[in-house]
Design a protein around this ligand. Structure first.
Ligand code: ADP
Length: 389
């Protein structure tokens, strides 16, 4: 039989428990974030704070009845990724996911969800808890910023292509003239009946090669001028550089600029929008060419290198041009700053905004001998990375 003291102590403990639960509820039920708690064994829901109903637009009871409803509310595109992250990571204190949910009225909300484990005194995980936050507002401003930046980048590409039009027309003339010459020579041989089969085949192979070259240049121009929504993907830097070189090849030849390429063949792919990144490399390369054209004497050398650094790939464009004035260091990146008579002054500022939107950095330095080097970094693509644009 319990003594009066024991009974008193028991009710005091009960009272304290009730108070602590009340305090917990007061906090959880006034938070703007959803607080959730689930059983670590079957992942059934033990608690969901009321704001869940406002954000998800569904009654909490549906999740208490069937925990899978939580997954069903996730946008089909994100569902598998989140499901995988949750069940793999939540019992290891590593679950963190951003995903879209579809509310019953069809509207979409963005959620940031973070989980943690709750352990018994013996150290065993018996519950998992977490905080889910509605980040739709942040995502929407991010999207608006990205759209504006893409618009600006597109205007920059149009202006660059406008400036390059004469050179590119000249570059296109070459394969077209070659095609016409090889075709005329083949017709002549056939007419005279003195052409060997091998000679004819060689001519026709040249026709096909030159036609491919011309169509490649046109495709590159069309890609850069076209207005497309940015699309991130795993991309090899070597390929980006090569595609830009196709467009500046005629300038390199015309101004007798020697090109050095140092692209590590083992470079991991980067996570980027190809068109925007080609635009950055094209801007830097054209600036280098223009800086070298201003220097009459001395070697004209353009070096493009790409090396892996800490979690990033660093791409550098180095020239032996007129170099940089230290006093203007940061001014160079300001919109409309140009020292050229026909310069728009947008190239570096747009390039920096593109690189920073990709999570990288862009900067320039005067070389110790002559010329300047501009470098930028891009994050290495992660496994399973998806485009949330
Ligand atoms: P623009 O090329 O239209 O002038 P940018 O924003 O691309 O606009 O460049 C701004 C300025 O930065 C250039 O006018 C030039 O003075 C300087 N600059 C950029 N790249 C180089 C370089 N490689 N060498 C020397 N100066 C450079």
């Amino acid at each position: 039989m319990a003594t009066a003291d024991q009974v008193n102590q028991h009710s005091r403990v009960e009272e304290e428990l009730r108070e602590s639960e009340l305090r917990f509820r007061e906090v959880a039920e006034h938070m703007r974030e959803v607080f959730w708690m689930r059983n670590a064994e079957d992942f059934s829901f033990l608690y969901l704070s009321p704001v869940f109903e406002e954000i998800w637009g569904r009654p909490r009871q549906t999740l208490y009845n069937c925990a899978d409803e939580w997954l069903d509310a996730i946008h089909p595109v994100d569902r598998q990724r989140v499901c995988h992250a949750f069940f793999e990571k939540v019992t290891e204190d590593e679950y963190l996911a951003e995903f879209r949910i579809v509310r019953p009225d069809g509207s979409i909300r963005w959620i940031s969800d973070r989980g943690f484990t709750i352990r018994s005194p013996s150290g065993e995980v018996y519950r998992v808890g977490g905080i889910a936050e509605d980040i739709s507002q942040r995502k929407s401003s991010e999207r608006q910023r990205r759209e504006l930046q893409a618009e600006l980048a597109h205007m920059g590409r149009l202006s660059t292509m406008g400036e390059m039009a004469t050179g590119l027309a000249h570059e296109l003339n070459q394969p077209l003239a070659a095609i016409s010459n090889y075709a005329a020579a083949s017709v002549n041989r056939l007419r005279k009946g003195n052409g060997s089969q091998d000679g004819l085949i060689a001519n026709l192979e040249q026709v096909s090669h030159q036609a491919l070259r011309a169509s490649h240049i046109i495709r590159q121009m069309r890609n850069l001028v076209r207005k497309t929504k940015p699309r991130h993907a795993k991309v090899l830097v070597g390929q980006l550089v090569q595609e830009v070189l196709d467009l500046v090849e005629s300038d390199l030849r015309h101004y007798q600029i020697h090109l050095r390429l140092n692209l590590d063949p083992q470079l991991p792919p980067v996570w980027t929008d190809s068109i925007q990144m080609q635009q950055v490399i094209l801007n830097l390369t054209r600036n280098s060419i223009e800086a070298m054209v201003e220097v009459v004497d001395g070697p004209h050398e353009l070096s493009i290198a790409a090396l892996p650094t800490d979690g990033h790939v660093e791409i550098s464009v180095c020239d032996t041009g007129k170099g940089l004035d230290l006093k203007m260091d940061e001014q160079l990146f300001e919109p409309f700053f140009s020292t050229k008579t026909t310069g728009l002054g947008m190239g570096l500022s747009i390039s920096r905004s593109i690189v920073e939107a990709h999570g990288g950095r862009l900067w320039g330095q005067a070389n110790s001998q002559r010329g300047a080097t501009f470098r930028f970094t891009l994050p290495i693509a992660r496994k399973g990375q998806v485009d949330d644009a």
